[in-house]
Ligand binder design. Structure first.
Ligand SMILES: [Zn+2]
Length: 501
């Protein structure tokens, strides 16, 4: 019983318990799990909160958790510590990244493992124990309720008094990964209660060594037939982006990235050789500017009209750097003009447009953006140096004038969209009104800052190296390779000078 001190099986589970005590050996130490588990203060008013300079502006697509129908947009949370002023140095030891795989709302977190067992421990408990998989985990008032052998005739309930997260690991020395929603995920899992959202809400966060996380990003971000050099450039960009997210969120939130469009896609475990090789062959390589890591944003295609990160992501010291500014001339004709989303058109009725814009501005608390009464005129206001639309000037039927950031407009239209056909791929838009309709000629797919994935593939196909690709899309940045060391005595100064460009 000693190892099970925190667990309270219900009285009728005594015989299961006896069986388990015989079967189960629970004596390995648990891995260090970065905590940062933050909790529970209500943070409903998102618009009032400072955001990460790394966080992409919303494109209106919700962060849909893999394997669950739940969706959430609550990825901005109130910081408990001030944000770091500086971008991080490239890490010398391999960090663990905390990836939120699912925001599970109103249903249990269900996990399983090929061995039929999972090891669970309360964050503050002295010891953990093994359960028969699959398990279903429910947050309850004073802790967690776990159903083991969930969905079988042998299902039984346990309760754990625990104020913190529930940590889940694969059985020691076992093969195979923890499975959720039909996918296999690397690393260990934390189930974090989200009482700030709902009594039945929890987040499923996997803690994964960075180099093991990255292949699952590439496998989902790029097409299988794409060039090795594109994969390598993407590996370095994704690693650098992740390192910056980790720096920003480390003490502020219980996860660093989501597995989805709001951060970068992640399939979890992958056997895709090209992805694994690209990460291995660029291991420890970061994109650096002024000695610190560049938050290497990237998007699907810029449509020949790239944006700077300050414009399309967020303004701040992290993004006000040369590699993330738009300086390149002539990119229009030498980037992604052959991509499927290079040019596209979307049409909405004026009534539908006004509805979506009014809904969004109301929900965002943006009184400067609405409500509008119809639309009298809708034109491009500001453009960036390459001609990408940055704002719209809109006059409603009452003659009231509004200035909309094109990114906000895209977010508003996509928040009201019922399908991807009904949404906007990017904010590079040329609007015109015609007979009660708004016609939008669009270019590209995504925020358009940093590397253009289709443009990178175009370069790789014409023989360009990963380095050439990154030099083009992050001008002024260099690639450094960090030797891995567990020494904690390395000083910041050494970190800057030791890497070779
Ligand atoms: Zn492009």
């Amino acid at each position: 019983m000693a190892v099970n001190s925190g667990w309270q099986p219900p009285t009728n589970a005594g015989k299961f318990f006896a069986t388990l005590a015989a079967l189960v050996i629970v004596s390995w130490g648990y891995m260090t799990i970065p905590s940062g588990c933050e909790s529970t203060s209500p943070t409903r008013s998102r618009t009032a909160l400072p955001g990460s300079p790394l966080e992409k502006k919303s494109d209106g697509s919700s962060v849909v958790a893999a394997g669950t129908a739940s969706a959430t947009t609550d990825n901005v949370e109130k910081p408990k510590t001030p944000p770091p002023q500086e971008r991080p140095f490239p890490p010398t030891d391999q960090p663990n990244i905390r990836v939120r795989v699912a925001a599970v709302r109103g249903e249990p977190v269900q996990l399983t493992h090929p061995t039929g067992w999972l090891w669970l421990k309360g964050e503050n408990a002295q010891a953990g124990r093994t359960f028969r998989a699959p398990i279903a985990v429910y947050p309850v008032d004073d802790g967690w309720r776990i159903v083991e052998a969930n969905g079988t005739t042998q299902a039984s309930n346990f309760r754990l008094k625990e104020s913190g997260a529930l940590q889940v690991e694969a059985p020691k020395n076992s093969r195979g990964e923890i499975q959720f929603g039909g996918s296999a995920y690397l690393g260990t899992a934390n189930i974090v209660r989200r009482t700030d959202i709902d009594a039945n809400a929890s987040d499923l966060v996997f803690i994964v060594p960075l180099e093991e996380y990255l292949p699952g990003v590439l496998a989902k971000e790029l097409f299988k037939g794409w060039q090795v050099n594109t994969y390598q450039a993407q590996a370095i960009a994704a690693r650098s982006y992740a390192a910056c997210e980790m720096e920003w969120w480390r003490k502020r939130r219980h996860y660093d990235v989501v597995a989805g469009q709001a951060s970068q896609a992640w399939v979890g475990a992958t056997s895709d050789a090209k992805s694994l090789d690209a990460v291995a062959s660029t291991r420890g390589q970061y994109l650096v500017f002024d000695g610190r890591v560049v938050p290497a944003y990237y998007s699907s295609s810029c449509g020949g009209l790239p944006a700077s990160a300050v414009d399309s992501i967020r303004d701040g010291t992290w993004t006000q750097i040369a590699p993330l500014n738009v300086t390149e001339k002539g990119r229009r004709t030498q980037c992604c003009e052959k991509s499927p989303a290079a040019k596209w058109q979307a049409t909405f009725s004026i009534a539908e447009t006004v509805d979506r814009m009014n809904d969004w501005s109301k929900q965002a608390g943006r009184k400067d953006l609405g409500p509008m009464n119809g639309i009298k005129s809708f034109v491009v206001g500001d453009r960036n140096s390459l001609g990408r639309s940055m704002t719209f000037f809109i006059t409603d039927r009452n003659g009231k004038k509004f200035t909309w950031d094109t990114g906000d407009f895209r977010a508003a239209m996509n928040a009201g969209a019922e399908s991807s056909r009904d949404s906007l791929k990017s904010s590079a838009l040329e609007p015109r009104m015609d007979n009660g309709r708004l016609i939008l000629d669009g270019r590209g797919y995504g925020h358009g800052a940093g590397m253009c994935q289709y443009g990178a593939e175009f370069m790789a196909k014409s023989g360009k190296s990963a380095r050439s690709i990154l030099e083009r899309y992050y001008p002024g940045a260099t690639i450094v390779t960090m030797p891995e060391t567990s020494s904690s005595s390395v000083t910041s100064a050494a970190l800057v000078s030791s890497p070779k460009p």
